[in-house]
Design a protein around this ligand. Sequence first.
Ligand SMILES: [Zn+2]
Ligand SMILES: [Zn+2]
Length: 320
Amino acid sequence: MRAVIVKAPNELELVDDWPEPECGPDEVIIRMRTVGICGTDLSAIAGHLRPITEPRVIGHEGGGEIVKVGANVTDRCVGQRVVIENNFPCMECEFCTAGRSSLCPNMKGPRLLAEYAAAPARFTWPVADSVSDIALGCIEPLTVGYAAVKRSGIRAGQDAFIIGAGSVGQLVAQSLKAIGAQGWVQDPHEGRVQTAVALGAKVASDYQGEDFPFVFETSGVAAMWNVGLGKLRRGGHFTAIGLATGSTVDLDPLDVVFRQLTIRGNMIYDHPTDFGEVLAAMADGTLVAEAPVQARYTFDQSLEAIAKVREIPGKSVIEF
Ligand SMILES: [Zn+2]
Ligand SMILES: [Zn+2]
């Protein structure tokens, strides 16, 4: 089958002879329809997330149509359109059984930027006809933003400072709006700021208050931690989402103690609650997954799509 593979750090190739995935007894095979591309793909392609020891398919946001079901699968069928919940926790360890599957040390992930992908049936979510094919490439990152907002404990009517208006910052802004809270965004890239504003954020420089009860750090720039903590109100809550690789932060522990700040690291989402809640919010129109899409490519244009992903202020998707 055709697939986009990474062979070595920053070495990508679109091949047409990649082996098709096998369908395990608890799995389904999906003919991919849409794959979203994000900055995490660039980190993975560069080998920052885990070493590239052998060629592998990239891509972690997407969905399509089931074309095969495993012997033990009774609740999915051929022809169903599904979105793939991209991280496959074990659902047996102490974290998974406590509802914190995002902490699972046995996490696996699918490889989606190929004609076909295999996934455990339980991590595929059938979608209604009202969910567009394009949305299939946007639901996974939206759930990341949604879960970060939910875990922070922010409520309707409260304000949050969002550092970074890349795709995660935009999706945090959209998720805040969905619960009636307000995100205030800061980013050096004007196009990204405008995209976040279109999704419900306001520009941080227009904020009238002195400080914020909540901060979401999505830029992945370590130096922004102290900017964010400096904007935080006494008793405030700082959520770190951006992947600040290869750098450290100088924190003032006394300040954290005296002002009773909460600093929380945040990764992905928990199974099955977060995906289920996002799909429900999409069904009632509270969340619009495809709203950030600004660039659409064919599968043949995959390498171009990946090369340009940082130039696009909104979301890039590849359609098969
Ligand atoms: Zn992503
Ligand atoms: Zn687990």
